[in-house]
Design a protein around this ligand. Structure first.
Ligand SMILES: C[S@@+](CC[C@H](N)C(=O)[O-])C[C@H]1O[C@@H](n2cnc3c(N)ncnc32)[C@H](O)[C@@H]1O
Length: 219
């Protein structure tokens, strides 16, 4: 899943992952993090998700990181915002009303450029990446966040042999293998979503769960 794959998807508007509403599980479970409104929130691999506006409405300053400039432009246009735009090293920064985008490769993001943050919303980031990149993603995220940072993570669970990702299956034991040594890991919800996701059933998936985790970095 390299840059060209995703940029082409944005160019062709093959963005079936985009939800036309704020993610209901974000609204249900974000309060469990009990983050103060002035905590900054990082949204990696953000697409043009409406979740950014919801997080902003909770008081958080939001930093989205996304490869596709089309996605960033679309987010602001659809939100009725006119962002500023400037080149910042390897990234392009868009900014309006407390929601910033850094357009570029997440793996090129330094802690200095990212800045401090208290929370992470990961929907469609970890599960967007194939296994070798998932490990890199987790390791890179660890270079950005400080102890105490909390993440709300949504994963998908299905038999990987039934369908090629993305989105990829990330079972619970894999979540523990990534985060168990460095984070407190709490499974908040596992739910059967097969009936809600006809695209998966059409591709041969016979059982599909979604899981929501709260992660808190210890060290
Ligand atoms: C499955 S989509 C999820 C988007 C969003 N989180 C949502 O819930 O709608 C994954 C997104 O990650 C972006 N992406 C993939 N690899 C990336 C990378 N290395 N750096 C930044 N963005 C990336 C893609 O362009 C795509 O918009």
């Amino acid at each position: 899943m390299q840059a060209d794959f995703w940029l082409e998807r944005w160019q062709n508007q093959e963005i079936g992952f985009h939800l036309p509403m704020v993610n209901p599980r974000l609204m249900d479970y974000w309060p469990r993090l009990a983050l103060p409104p002035d905590a900054r929130v990082l949204v990696p691999l953000a697409g043009k998700t409406l979740d950014l506006g919801w997080l902003r409405a909770q008081g958080h300053a939001v930093l989205a990181v996304e490869l596709s400039e089309d996605a960033a432009r679309a987010f602001y246009a659809e939100a009725g915002l006119s962002p500023t735009r400037c080149v910042e090293g390897a990234f392009i920064r868009y900014s309006a009303q407390g929601v910033d985008y850094l357009v570029g490769d997440f793996f090129a993001l330094s802690a200095a450029q990212c800045g401090p943050f208290g929370g992470v919303w990961d929907r469609g980031a970890l599960v967007a990446l194939p296994p070798e990149l998932r490990e890199r993603y987790v390791a890179h995220m660890a270079t950005l966040g400080a102890p105490g940072v909390q993440t709300l993570l949504i994963t998908l669970e299905y038999a990987q042999a039934q369908m090629n990702g993305p989105p990829f299956a990330v079972p619970e034991d894999e979540v523990w293998s990534y985060f168990g040594a460095t984070h407190d890991v709490e499974l908040l919800l596992r739910e059967d979503i097969l009936a809600l996701e006809p695209r998966f059933a059409a591709r041969g998936v016979t059982a599909l769960d979604s899981a929501v985790y709260r992660l808190q970095r210890r060290a």
